[in-house]
Design a protein around this ligand. Structure first.
Ligand code: FCB
Length: 516
């Protein structure tokens, strides 16, 4: 049964952290435990004006090329697998495609201006591989490179630090026809592209991400057929595709470092869908169970963090995953591990939700069902579990010891323009606040989180859900391309301006909200 929501008190916000000292702060270190699902959590929303966010914290927003750019066949851009997949009957909601999307290709100035007015310090975007290399390799499309040059200049002029992702799922169609990730050479194709981009933009971009969520790309696009390229490979083949993705990452890192001018000190990482687990109590057993399950890879190995991050960051596949998939890996796969295992400056975590876990009676970790009526985003897959923003960084840092960026976090809401001309997306602001409260807990415990990128700046093409789901801080009327800042935009702007403190000071303290 769900608990009733009651409001304990209403506090008005005073600017500039004036409440500091006047009201009790949260007890220093957070309890490592989450409440049991359905239990009440009065702690996480208590007043706590002391912000643990470092002064140079990268407050940002994230997007990706196919989801916002449009101009799909303009100025020499070649087709990606998403261009063709989204046109297949039944592939996307109502057959919608990213052909026009947010028309960002033509409206990027307006969009950078929006970011400037958001006070965003950083912007994570992706480069469309086929805009710069229409066939994926070989012939360079100068007009495509020009677009990113203009975008970067605009960002730098606005004082916004670019974080460029090289691959956010829009794989070149021409290379897919040559075998895609199943082909061993695919690692060299990606490295060629990565080197080219860094050579051109290494003077303006210091922070790079190679692959976005390769685990989701392989799972949904190569095993379940739900995303482009729409394959339903058996595990033994998907394991090979995943292995080549990892090699592509490693080879790209080498090519990027070779292409960058040394004085620019490129910082390279990847953005990973860190599908994790959180404990349901404060007991050490449940905490250990959640961590154990987070890094287990015996089941659904290809979606699991350790299957990917262990080779990338520790140079070996996890033993439990190998016991299932070792035989599916290419012969002599061990020889590739040195290439895969490249030093990275940071780890990007895309965090949307996590699953409640405890130590079962048989000693093994067990996940719990969320109670009926549990709060969820408009997307079915996302229950409101801000714990992910605490346990995700904590577990990831514990195992991989790299500085962390939250490269994505956000919430889909069925937003609409209200009669008063505004978009009141309180659910998004509330989630953002909960997420940052939890992230602050991780920072207080010494987890080096360097930045937070909200997904997304704009409502955009949400893959197979197309325009049904709205993730933006800015509403996009896709017919007119008019942008309207939602209420959450102002909320996030105030958080950024206060360097996070605003997220830790609740104007309305809903102390007895149902706590996930
Ligand atoms: C992530 C993707 C991103 C967006 C969000 C909602 O898995 O990286 O492109 O679709 O989910």
């Amino acid at each position: 049964m769900t608990q009733p929501i009651t409001r304990r008190s209403v506090l008005s916000l005073l600017p500039g952290g004036l409440l500091a000292g006047a009201l009790p702060a949260c007890a220093g270190a957070p309890s490592p435990a989450a409440s049991a699902p359905g239990a009440r959590d009065s702690r996480s929303l208590e007043l706590n004006p002391a912000s643990p966010f470092p002064a140079d914290f990268a407050w940002g927003v994230a997007t990706s090329a196919y989801q916002i750019e449009g101009a799909a066949s303009e100025d020499g851009r070649g087709p990606s697998v998403w261009d063709t997949f989204s046109k297949q009957p039944g592939a996307t909601f109502e057959g919608q495609t990213g052909e026009v999307a947010c028309d960002h290709y033509h409206r990027y100035r307006e969009d950078v201006e929006l970011m400037r007015s958001l006070a965003a310090r950083a912007y994570r975007f992706s480069i469309s591989w086929t805009r710069v290399l229409p066939e994926g390799r070989g012939q360079v499309n100068e007009k495509g490179l020009d677009f990113y040059a203009r975008l970067l200049d605009e960002l730098l002029h606005a004082g916004i630090t670019p974080y460029a992702t090289l691959f956010h799922w829009d794989y070149p169609r021409a290379l897919f026809e040559k075998g895609g990730w199943l082909e061993r050479d695919s690692a060299d194709w990606f490295a060629e592209y990565a080197g080219l981009v860094v050579k051109r933009f290494g003077d303006r971009v210091q922070r790079w991400l190679t692959l976005n969520e390769p685990n989701v790309h392989i799972l949904l696009g190569h095993m379940l057929g739900l995303h482009a390229p729409g394959l339903k490979l058996p595990p033994e083949k998907a394991v090979v595709a995943a292995h080549h993705c990892m090699r592509a990452h490693g080879k790209a890192v080498l090519a990027m470092r070779a292409a960058a001018r040394p004085a620019t000190h490129p910082e390279i990482g990847c953005a990973f869908a860190f599908l994790g687990y959180h404990p349901v109590s404060s007991s050490a057993e449940d905490l250990a169970a959640a961590e154990e399950l987070t890094f287990a890879s015996k089941e659904r190995a290809l979606a699991r963090p350790a299957w990917w991050l262990d080779p990338l960051l520790r140079g070996s596949y996890p033993a439990d995953g190998l016991s299932v998939h070792g035989a599916h890996l290419p012969p002599k796969f061990e020889r590739d591990l040195d290439e895969i295992h490249q030093p990275q400056e940071f780890l990007g975590l895309n965090l949307y939700w996590s699953e409640p876990t405890r130590r079962g009676a048989d000693g093994r970790p067990e996940t719990l069902k969320l109670p009926a009526g549990y709060p969820r985003a408009a997307t079915d897959w996302q229950p409101i579990t801000p714990q992910a923003l605490y346990y995700g960084p904590r577990f990831a840092y514990g195992r991989y010891q790299l500085p962390i960026y939250i490269t994505e976090n956000g919430l889909a809401v069925r937003d609409q323009l209200f009669l008063d001309g505004s978009i009141h997306d309180l659910q998004r602001s509330d989630y953002l606040q909960r997420a940052l409260v939890r992230l602050a807990d991780a920072l207080r415990e010494g987890v080096p989180v360097r930045g937070y990128f909200h997904w997304s700046l704009l409502d955009n093409f949400e893959w197979s859900d197309a325009y049904k789901q709205r993730f933006g801080l800015v509403y996009v009327d896709f017919a007119s391309q008019r942008r309207v800042a939602k209420d959450s935009f102002a909320f996030y702007r105030d958080i950024i301006r206060s360097n996070g403190a605003r997220a830790l000071v609740a104007t309305t303290v809903a102390a007895d909200v149902v706590s996930p």
